[in-house]
Design a protein around this ligand. Sequence first.
Ligand code: ATP
Ligand code: MN
Length: 477
Amino acid sequence: MTTRSIKNILQTEDFGIQLKVQGWVRSFRSNRFIALNDGSVQGNLQLVIDFTQFEESFIRRIAVGAAIEAEGILIASQGSGQTMELQVSKLTILGDCDPSTYPLQPKKHSLEFLRQIAHLRFRTNTFGAIFRIRHTLSFAIHEFFNSRGFYYLHTPIITASDAEGAGEMFQVTTLDLNNIPKNEDGSINFKEDFFERPANLTVSGQLEAELAAMALSKVYTFGPTFRAENSNTPRHLAEFWMIEPEVAFADIHDNMNLAEDLLKYVIQKVMTDCSDDLKFLNDRELEDEKQKPLAERNELSLLERLRFCVENNFERISYTEAIDILKNSNPNKKGKFQFPVEKWGTDLQSEHERYLVEKHFKKPVILSDYPKEIKAFYMRQNEDGKTVAAMDILFPGIGEIVGGSQREERLDKLESRMIEMHIPTEEMHWYLDTRKYGSCPHAGFGLGFERLVLFVTGMTNIRDVIPFPRFPGNAEF
Ligand code: ATP
Ligand code: MN
């Protein structure tokens, strides 16, 4: 007899068939009904046992969390709450679960509590839903790019270029920290380190992706990135996953279209393929919101937000227009912003991004053409001499979800900007070579995967959408 997943059983409704299932006990009531879950879907399969067939000591071992295997006949259920049930003829306990110490019970636990037992939280309905959706999203991302002729590129995790994230990188070394080799002038002798030079964990695969795009035309990366920024926020992790397409012969508008299409495609995919999990998270949020003051509640439910995002064009405005809106906004005039918006040129804080998206436009916004002073050296300089062809996408409840730009393809402009920004041009010879040999207009962006999962699941803390979050002071599991 073959084992079938609960997902498969619930879908096919093969009544009258003898089958075998394995999973973990979610609840056991009246010494008769077991709710069994194997993680393949949100739903449980109801097992019905005839307790007169088993020893009392065996029945006692059917505890919440125990791993079991059952064989029996699938029948239409008499009871309410489920359409089918398995009439069990054989039951084996594969792994006991001691109820006196097991931290999970069939009730609602707080997310804070579950974060402290991240190794067990997969077993809850909420985290089952989140990680099935996370899977569907990553699969959909590959599907999207593959169908559009992009090549998946693996960029290095360890890199020696620290051009991008000055001060935010994790150093990688095999030097003995208790006995660091020094040069005569007292500086560290990196010649004795593994790579014979300082090395770090990558903060982005973009620069390497650009090199590949200059030959393969359309590439994307999807890998882990690391930032040692000490930002203890609900939207930052020290280790997160990023999707970075890079496209030759594309400008900033192509870039915006690509990002908007990608986001809509993957969100639609989850709405189609994960409807049960989304419905669960939607109802969970509605329940939570009842505890909140009216002003803090979402105007739209999770499902409505997703649908809205897929069905409407994102608003596209320039940084300059955004500053005007923010300067004249009510919260700015009434001093409600923590960082008041006064003059053109200041970086936008997340409170400003969220005002634009949630209050002013009430839809996702693509902001473009930022002042060059607040953006990276590689972004293409606009004719006005003040702005660069940058584009960020801002999402409700999240703020920045995508950061991208058209890249500076003109060698002289790129070099002079690097010198202005004190970026060592000699060390970056490999990057500059692309501008020397067959340079062309090109563009790309970085989509933070966990911020996308946050939006799609409606969760509010980024630590709840990655299996094992890394943040300052935390790397336990
Ligand atoms: P922020 O201003 O929110 O810190 P950023 O400007 O540093 O973002 P980029 O360097 O443009 O972001 O990175 C591209 C994308 O990666 C961002 O739009 C965001 O979705 C995501 N991202 C950036 N930093 C983090 C982080 N620490 N944790 C999770 N996602 C992040
Ligand atoms: Mn950042």
